[in-house]
Design a protein around this ligand. Structure first.
Ligand code: TNX
Length: 531
């Protein structure tokens, strides 16, 4: 046997590469999320100095999509990889241009062809293709490797339309550069929505031109007392564009009426005040408010750098609150091409129930006036939701069910499965554990449409994995919490339940570990996986 293999090798060497050495099957290449259908064929395709990308079809962004692929191949191979409408052995073929996310990828000895009727589908086909090359393809620097991939065919499409992640840029500010890095990581796993939690008690992170103190004062600190920071509207537009080039839609969140201390610290007049019997005015506990009184002498609250939740609130019966919200929603909506505006609504523990409902209903109207659809944390379903608005299930099943009873959809982010800030186990150096310890197998082993009776597939918009940042301060921390759980959750949202298995995923994720090492990503080496 050894002898035969040896002489085969010799023949191959003599034939200068014309002979195809047996490589791993397409189905063993370690693709995450797992495609719906993989057909193996024998033989392989090899990328060479002469390879190039050929575009077929008609769309504004086709060249950009082709360049994305070429750029990702050039970096590590050092090959020129030209992109043109004339020639090339890697063909990107766009059909109708109907926005489809489904794609087909066919690899023969001579060519690679990715076909889709949507630019997004082509982009996902590209992500699959990049994962087929040896791990070295992910290197930032030129390396030499055998750039060979197995022949075969993949037919693929997503299970859920909304596949997202959230970054809390309020508790600790995250730089434009690091958000772009996160977008790049999300793109590799075919995620398509990035929710930015832009405001919270500890910080206001988005410039509002008509209320400039929000960032000047409210953006000036963060958890632990660091210097905080904020995005100018130009920064935000840059993020929106960077994400769009990777088929990711930004969902901005302004969390209210609770979680609003940074705004209340910036503008005294947003704080409750009251007319005392002696004619003096001061701030008081909201329960004692006379809502009809004009406010005098309101005091700004103090900036906050701790991690308690549920203690701040806007004044629900104060008209100025809605003038404020109107400006904020208008300015952010103007620079947000995506359909959604996230209004927060969680943990408003010091807002009276009727005030909370009144607030949510008025804010939904404002969001709709500016052409956006509201998403809110599951508590918003205690109010009357506008048609099409979405409740993001994080804690309370009964709230998700209230949304469904009203005919609205649910975005699934159950904290016990989808929260990327939960510790893996009691020894994890970062993170919280109020919901659960979430080891990789736990993050992987669930199905959104079976999580709770009463929340069925047709009620679900999709899945989102939030990363809260009370304990997370930099890119290294982010990497440690999201790798390998983000790819696990991406697979839960992309691949249909029948195709998924822990056994298969744990083998594929180990292959990705090698890629992360090449990229310098310090990930959690889950003890459940043989790395
Ligand atoms: C709960 S989840 C919160 C956040 C915290 C998070 C920490 C949600 C809607 N609210 O304010 O950051 O827990 O895990």
């Amino acid at each position: 046997m050894k002898k035969i293999a040896g002489s085969l090798l010799l023949v191959c060497v003599l034939a200068l590469g014309a002979c195809q050495k047996p490589s791993v099957n397409l189905s063993e290449s370690g693709i995450i999320p797992l495609p719906q259908e993989i057909t193996n064929a024998s033989g392989s395709f090899t990328l060479t100095e002469a390879s190039g990308v050929k575009l077929v079809g008609n769309s504004e962004n086709l060249t950009k999509v082709g360049e994305y692929l070429a750029e990702n191949l050039r970096r590590s191979t050092g090959y020129p990889i030209p992109v043109s409408f004339d020639t090339g052995n890697i063909i990107l073929e766009l059909g109708e241009n109907d926005g489809s996310e489904a794609y087909e990828l066919e690899i023969t000895e001579e060519t690679i062809q990715i076909s889709s009727s949507g630019e997004a589908g082509l982009f996902y086909g590209i992500q699959t293709l990049l994962q087929l090359f040896p791990a070295e393809i992910t290197s930032e620097n030129k390396l030499s490797a055998d750039w060979e991939i197995p022949q075969g065919k993949i037919i693929d499409s997503p299970s859920y339309g909304y596949r997202g992640s959230m970054l809390d840029v309020a508790r600790h500010f995250i730089s434009v550069e690091d958000v772009k890095y996160y977008i790049d990581q999300m793109a590799k796993y075919k995620l398509n929505y990035l929710h930015l939690h832009l405001t919270d008690d500890q910080g206001w992170r988005i410039e509002i031109k008509s209320w400039p103190k929000l960032t000047e004062i409210g953006g000036s600190t963060e958890v632990g007392g660091g210097k905080g920071g904020f995005y100018t509207q130009d920064d935000y537009k840059e993020l929106v564009a960077y994400a769009a080039d990777r088929f990711i839609t930004i969902v901005p969140e302004v969390d209210m009426p609770g979680h609003t201390n940074s705004a209340l610290a910036s503008y005294p007049e947003l704080n409750p005040g009251v007319n005392l019997p002696d004619g003096d005015f001061t701030t008081v506990n909201k329960q004692e408010l006379d809502y009809e009184m004009p406010l005098k002498n309101p005091q700004a609250s103090e900036l906050y750098t701790g991690i308690e939740v549920g203690w701040s609130t806007f004044s629900s019966r104060l008209e100025l609150t809605y003038a404020f919200v109107d400006s904020v929603v208008r300015e952010i909506s103007e620079i947000t091409p995506g359909p959604y505006f996230h209004i927060g609504g969680d943990e408003s523990h010091v807002t009276q129930k009727d005030d909370y409902i009144y607030f949510v209903e008025r804010v939904q109207d404002i969001v709709s006036k500016y052409g956006k659809t509201s998403i809110g944390w599951d508590e918003i379903a205690t109010a009357k939701l506008l048609p099409g608005n979405v409740a993001q299930f994080w804690a309370k099943e009964e709230n998700a069910k209230l949304a469904i009873e009203q005919g609205n959809k649910v975005l699934m982010s159950p904290a016990v499965k989808a929260y990327l800030d939960m510790q893996y186990d009691s020894t994890t150096r970062l993170g919280l554990h109020w919901a659960a310890y979430i080891e990789l197998d736990s993050a992987y082993l669930w199905e959104p449409s079976e999580f709770s009776t009463g929340i069925k597939k047709e009620n679900i918009l999709g899945l989102e994995a939030p990363l809260w940042t009370e304990t997370i301060t930099n890119r290294q921390d982010i990497n440690y919490m999201v790798f390998p759980r983000l790819p696990a959750l991406a697979e839960v949202s992309w691949t249909s339940k029948e195709k998924r298995s822990w056994d298969g995923f744990s083998k594929r994720v180990a292959q990705h570990g090698k890629r992360w090492e090449i990229q310098g990503i310090e990930f959690h080496k889950s003890p459940k996986v043989t790395w």
